[in-house]
Every structure is written in structure tokens, then in C-alpha cells.
Design a protein. Structure first.
Length: 123
């Protein structure tokens, strides 16, 4: 092969490489879309407003529960920094429980729950 033939060969291979990279990008994108679709498959669909409403109701339920908590129920771990500053290293609320009925009330208010059938009817 002479120099001109090698240049043509290199240009052809570079063009082929670009095409393959583009194809790989399309395949990677399609793979990611399929992963996301699989992750979402079977989940009930709700609006963003409904999701925000659930979040706000659960937050409010926790606020109400924590407002009546005795500080003796929380376990606090304190530490000291090199500059002698005292910091909270851990704050354990394991002894404080959220009433399951409170959360269930939120879900009942938001969703039509089938109490007779243990299997969710999801498309």
C-alpha cells in the first residue's frame, strides 16, 4: 500500500468508527428507555398533584406526631470537633413510632383501596 491508499483506508475506518459510535449511542439510549419502562411497569399511575398531596399529608402527620414527642424518647449522640465544638453525631428516633392507621387514613383518602382483594389491579 502506498501513502494515498493508507490515507483513504484511514478515512474509511474513521467514518466507519463514527457510524458505529452513533449506532452505539442510539442503542444505549434505547436500552436506558427500556430500563426505565421496566422499572415503571405495573406501578399505579398518579398525577404529580396527587403525589405532592400524599407527601404533604405524610409530612403533616409526622409533624403532628413529633410535636407531642417527649425529648426523652430521642437518643442523641454528641461528639466534639478538633476545635472543641460540640456537634450532634446521631439522632435516633427508633422509639418514636408513626401510627400505621394515620398513614392508612392518608392512603384511603387518596386512593380507592380494594379491601376485599389482596391483589392490586394494575395495568
Amino acid at each position: 500500500m502506498d501513502k494515498e491508499q493508507l490515507k483513504v483506508k484511514l478515512a474509511t475506518l474513521e467514518a466507519n468508527e463514527k457510524v458505529k459510535r452513533d449506532e452505539l449511542g442510539v442503542a444505549a439510549s434505547a436500552t436506558q428507555v427500556a430500563r426505565e419502562e421496566l422499572a415503571e411497569f405495573g406501578k399505579p399511575v398518579i398525577t404529580e398533584d396527587t403525589a405532592n398531596d400524599i407527601v404533604e399529608r405524610v409530612r403533616e402527620a409526622f409533624r403532628e406526631r413529633l410535636s407531642g414527642v417527649d425529648s426523652d424518647q430521642a437518643q442523641v449522640e454528641l461528639g466534639i470537633e478538633y476545635d472543641n465544638t460540640i456537634v450532634i453525631e446521631g439522632f435516633d428516633l427508633d422509639d418514636i413510632e408513626m401510627d400505621e392507621d394515620s398513614i392508612m387514613e392518608i392512603l384511603i383518602d387518596t386512593f380507592n383501596i380494594d379491601h376485599d382483594n389482596g391483589v392490586d389491579d394494575v395495568d
